[in-house]
Design a protein around this ligand. Structure first.
Ligand code: SAH
Ligand code: SF4
Ligand code: F3S
Length: 482
């Protein structure tokens, strides 16, 4: 029998597109779970699968933090779990297809264990048409919640379990900053720290401003307390996270810049500090100075290009020209000669011409990227891009994509050669699954290095001499006196 639905609130892309000038509200979460939920959770197993970007990784850490505080125990097999939560991504159609595939296969879980619960959350369910589709065609999903109300999980779970109905609660309002949600970090070496949520850029291809809402910055004091605690716990690396980190603080009345926040976090003494993503449009002089001044701010910048054509960039709403982007790259390389640059590029934006695409290739060769994430454009319902006419056949896009991948690999291989024969600091993260004396870690420039060494080096920064280079990884040996 189909369970009845309780719809607390449904997503609305129209509401999600609204932005007000209001100051960010900071709310400290203090929801108390019911005693019947605490009783229920005893010895129950949960499984969380994360799709998408680091924002979702941190959200999943919060979901796990809440579940563990309730008494649930982690389980690494969804089919053996009592509660499965899929934290979804909406960035491209193939990301969504994967989720529907997994929801389909979770029917097996319900066949085995009638009491088991399946929850969907994350960016995908912030979209009206997705929630409609799940309501119609996926009765096995018991709970749907979004990116703005993760902190309400104890309330929503209680209702889903004890009312025996399907619960939907998605907020599309502008959103606040919620502090005080417990968080479980699986990684004990590297940590991601949110400095802001949402995005106000509205690039015309992108769904994120709708699924994540208005840009909201966390208070410096809250960020610093979290980072100081990570240093105290022995973390070796912090990555400050936001869709647009260099727009940090624009929504706070304290008028703080990202550069001053970066400097304050660098001063905590964390051995390695990174940030992502920085939008080329918001890059400031002050940021250059902080990156150059602090040795623990890593010389590696992710600077999404998206396209090398000014016409495409304008239609994407990116707010910079290829000449401005080049000038930024020139300046970064002048200031830090060994800097590693990485990027994101979209191929096949509506009506991208051969000439536009050639300009993207030109840019790849000009910037000598160390690596790049490359994507074929995927229209997202509700974005301006999805309404643009597109006459370019998919095969043409595919052929361009393949050429782009080759160009990126060519540049990455050339860049990798410069490491050979030199010694680098490598933060060791783990060992190979097949051979436990083969360690892997990353240079300051975020290049993957594999080398022979003992397990007790895991979590340490070790000097490694590079012997061989491949496109996306290096092979080395522990340097003498390393
Ligand atoms: N906030 C980051 C990126 C977030 S999404 C930034 O502004 O750079 C990560 C990447 O996905 C984007 O940089 C873009 O290259 C890609 N992307 C976003 N929407 C897409 C779409 N509709 N189709 C294909 N790629 C997309
Ligand atoms: Fe999307 Fe653009 Fe915002 Fe990045 S800056 S999340 S690409 S809208
Ligand atoms: Fe995906 Fe949402 Fe991140 S759409 S890329 S999980 S912000």
């Amino acid at each position: 029998m189909k369970k009845q639905l309780i719809e607390h609130s449904l997503p609305s892309l129209k509401d999600a597109a609204k932005r007000s000038k209001e100051q960010t509200k900071i709310v400290v979460e203090d929801l108390k779970p019911s005693s019947r939920l605490l009783e229920y959770a005893k010895n129950k197993r949960y499984f969380v699968r994360t799709y998408g970007c680091q924002a979702n990784v941190v959200d999943s850490e919060m979901i796990e933090g809440i579940l563990q505080e309730l008494g649930f125990i982690p389980c690494d097999d969804p089919i053996k779990s009592d509660l499965v939560i899929l934290n979804t991504c909406a960035i491209r159609e193939n990301a969504e297809d994967k989720v529907f595939g997994e929801v389909g296969s979770l029917k097996r879980l319900k066949d085995q264990n009638k009491e088991a619960l399946i929850g969907l959350c994350g960016c995908m369910v912030q979209q009206t048409h997705i929630v409609e589709k799940v309501k119609q065609s996926y009765p096995q999903v018991d709970l749907i919640f979004g990116t703005h109300n993760i902190y309400r999980l104890p309330i929503l779970l209680d209702e889903a379990i004890f009312s025996e109905r399907r619960i939907i609660e998605i907020y599309s309002k502008e959103g606040e900053v919620i502090e005080g949600v417990p968080l479980v970090r699986e990684d004990k070496i590297k940590a991601f720290v949110n400095i802001m949520y949402g995005c106000d850029k509205f690039c015309t291809y992108c769904i994120v401003p709708y699924t994540r809402g208005k840009q909201r910055s966390r208070r410096v004091s809250d960020i610093l307390v979290e980072c100081q605690e990570l240093v105290r716990q022995g973390y070796q690396e912090i990555t400050l996270l936001g869709q647009n980190v260099n727009a940090y603080g624009k929504d706070l009345d304290e008028n703080l810049s990202f550069a001053s926040l970066l400097e304050a976090v660098a001063k905590t003494g964390i051995p390695r500090l990174r940030f992502t993503t920085s939008h080329p449009w918001d890059f400031t002089r002050e940021m250059f100075d902080v990156i150059a001044k602090y040795d623990n701010v890593m010389p590696c910048i992710h600077l999404p290009l998206q396209s090398g054509s000014d016409d495409v960039l304008r239609r994407m709403g990116r707010r910079y020209t290829s000449a401005e982007y080049k000038a930024l790259v020139d300046e970064l390389k002048k200031m830090i000669p060994d800097i590693a640059l990485t990027t994101d590029i979209i191929v096949g934006f509506p009506n991208e011409t051969d000439d536009d695409f050639e300009k993207t290739l030109e840019m790849v060769h000009y910037c000598h990227y160390d690596s790049a994430f490359t994507f074929i454009y995927s229209p997202r319902i509700g974005t301006p891009g999805a309404k643009m006419k597109d006459e370019t056949p998919f095969e043409v896009k595919k052929a361009r994509f393949e050429r782009l991948v080759k160009a990126v690999e060519e540049e990455a291989s050339k860049r990798a050669l410069r490491y050979v024969g030199n010694v680098y600091d490598v933060l060791v993260e783990g060992s190979s699954k097949k051979k436990d004396d083969i360690l892997s870690g990353y240079t300051e420039t975020l290049k993957l290095v594999n080398f022979k060494g003992s397990q007790d080096l895991i979590g340490k920064i070790v000097k490694v001499k590079i012997l061989e280079s491949h496109t996306f990884s290096l092979i080395g040996e522990v340097a003498e006196n390393g």
